[in-house]
Design a protein around this ligand. Structure first.
Ligand SMILES: NC(=O)c1ccc[n+]([C@@H]2O[C@H](COP(=O)([O-])OP(=O)(O)OC[C@H]3O[C@@H](n4cnc5c(N)ncnc54)[C@H](OP(=O)(O)O)[C@@H]3O)[C@@H](O)[C@H]2O)c1
Length: 206
């Protein structure tokens, strides 16, 4: 991770679980990013307390409101991020916010299915499009369309609220999963575009 230079990174769903740990580990790097944008649904609320504690010690951490199912919220978040970045563009977007609704064929509901799709599929698409706009603005700095990598990363079965939502205990501590992810990211290149890899860098079949 030492050689992994990220000038700016945005993590969605960063107030707890894997997102919060990603933010912590980015900030703790020996060469931390100039900007870490940690988004959460309610920056003023109690659930953002750990982020606020971090922000009081790290001036390069900006907490930004973002509700992944709300296009207006995503647009407002992009505007705030651009204000910080000026024209330098965003380097790394981590679409981490997500939900799971454990169910069976009998108990599944259309409402839950729609919410999962809106959060885990449409949300990341809209956030990616907003980030792409920022990148497009700085193409004069040398970016080209194919300079953008898009990778899906499986974090493992992790001891977070989500990972603990079944009756079995998740095996992987969150700091170990995130350390693995941050070790894998700098190894990825153009040939991996569109790939699905896990926290140990193993390619998974789609
Ligand atoms: N944990 C695992 O074993 C595991 C396995 C495979 C994949 N994943 C994926 O890893 C990611 C992080 O999981 P996790 O274990 O850290 O989950 P988690 O502990 O449940 O945290 C989920 C995060 O997503 C945020 N979020 C949920 N819905 C949102 C919305 N509509 N808009 C904005 N933020 C929203 C939550 O914010 P609030 O606090 O406001 O709810 C929270 O910050 C998810 O995408 C998940 O699918 C996890």
């Amino acid at each position: 991770m030492a050689g992994f230079n990220v000038r700016s990174v945005l993590v969605t769903g960063a107030n707890r679980g894997i997102g919060l740990e990603l933010v912590k580990q980015f900030l703790e790097k020996s060469n931390p990013p100039e900007w870490v944008f940690a988004t959460c649904r309610d920056p003023e609320g109690e659930r953002a307390q750990q982020l606020k504690n971090l922000a009081s010690r790290h001036p390069n951490l900006a907490i930004v409101a973002l509700e992944a199912t709300d296009p207006a919220s995503i647009k407002a978040a992009a505007t705030r991020v651009e204000e910080h970045l000026k024209s330098s563009g965003l380097n790394l977007l981590i679409n981490n916010a997500g939900i799971v609704r454990p169910s069976t064929l009998e108990s599944e509901t259309p409402e839950d299915m729609s919410l999962v799709y809106a959060t885990n599929v449409t949300g990341p698409l809209l956030v990616s499009q907003a980030a792409l706009n920022m990148l497009t603005k700085c193409q004069s700095l040398g970016y080209e369309g194919d300079g953008i990598l898009s990778i899906a990363v499986h974090p493992g079965w992790v001891q977070t609220d989500m990972g603990s939502s079944t009756s079995h205990q998740a095996p992987l501590p969150v700091d170990v999963s995130v350390q693995g992810i941050l070790n894998v990211l700098p190894t990825l290149s153009k040939k991996d575009n569109g790939a699905f890899v896990n926290w140990e860098g193993k390619v998974l079949p789609w």
